[in-house]
Design a protein around this ligand. Structure first.
Ligand code: NAD
Length: 251
């Protein structure tokens, strides 16, 4: 039956950036769809744990600006839940500074977190899926700046444009193993990531005026797309970046 294709019953997922915002919403969606979720975040995911319960959710803290935690993340999921079916690369940061003054430090930390670790964590998850001979699902969180230039965020734009590109590369190479690699490009969502924009009255009004849906998105708005791309309902969807943006890109 069609709704059964969206079920994540018996599936095990890793969601990075699970303590807040979009990662918390995706963790909630997966648990409601029947999955067990291992969260990964820089600061403890205690709020998410309280929300979802320890039967369905656990977390480790790790700094994803470095590749060092990758083996621990995969091994923890497999040791705790016996297998791995889904990886969501959601953790990400943004640094705002005029391009003319943009620092190497702000370039490197954003590229490392949003792009370098995302790729190598995906590679490690794909190796686990291949070892299990089970196939699997990898979902990246891209951005409107996978399509557009943005303002004062050159490393963020570079990283999110790269995410859209390598999502296609990984999809091309791993589809034959039953691994679906796709991305979600959220529009302007009300989370910590956009706090600075929302506090700037002029920028906030300009953004809101351009969103056909007439409102900022919320973590709940991503739940349907995340479950779709994590479930067998999307088994023939490969390398696509799905915008969940209230119509922003359609303008
Ligand atoms: P957020 O700032 O609330 O969440 C960011 C998450 O990333 C947090 O859970 C944080 O713990 C984690 N993180 C950041 N750096 C980390 C590190 N070094 N190690 C481990 N974890 C780290 O913002 P959000 O909006 O929920 O962002 C989630 C993702 O969505 C990001 O990739 C962001 O770029 C992307 N995104 C957000 C929007 C938006 O409008 N909010 C739009 C497009 C894309």
């Amino acid at each position: 039956m069609i709704l059964d294709m969206f079920s994540l019953k018996g599936k095990v997922a890793i969601v990075t950036g699970s303590n807040t915002g979009l990662g918390q919403g995706i963790s909630k969606a997966f648990v409601e769809a029947g999955a067990k979720v291992l969260g990964v975040s820089r600061s403890p995911s205690d709020d998410t744990l309280k929300m979802l319960g320890e039967e369905n959710f656990s977390y480790i803290t790790a700094d994803l600006s470095s590749l060092d935690p990758i083996d621990t993340i995969i091994n923890t999921a497999v040791e705790k839940y016996g297998r791995l079916d889904i990886l969501v690369n959601n953790a990400g940061i943004i640094k705002r500074e005029d391009s003319i003054d943009f620092s190497v430090e702000n370039w490197d930390v954003v590229m490392n977190t949003n792009c370098r670790t995302l790729f190598f964590l995906s590679q490690a998850a794909a190796k686990q899926f291949m070892k299990q001979k089970s196939g699997g699902k990898i979902i990246a969180i891209a951005s409107m700046l996978s399509y557009q230039g943005g303002i004062r965020v050159p490393s963020y734009t570079a990283s999110k444009s790269a995410v859209k590109g390598i999502t296609m590369t990984m999809a091309n190479e791993w589809a034959k193993y039953g691994i679906n690699v796709n991305a979600i490009a959220p529009g302007y969502m009300a989370t910590n990531n956009t706090q600075a924009l929302r506090s700037d009255a002029d920028r906030s009004a300009a953004i809101l005026e351009r969103i056909p849906a007439g409102r900022w998105g919320t973590p709940d708005d991503l739940m349907g797309a995340a479950v779709f791309l994590a479930s067998s309902a999307s088994d023939y969807v490969n390398g696509f970046t799905l915008a969940v943006d209230g119509g922003w890109l359609a303008r």
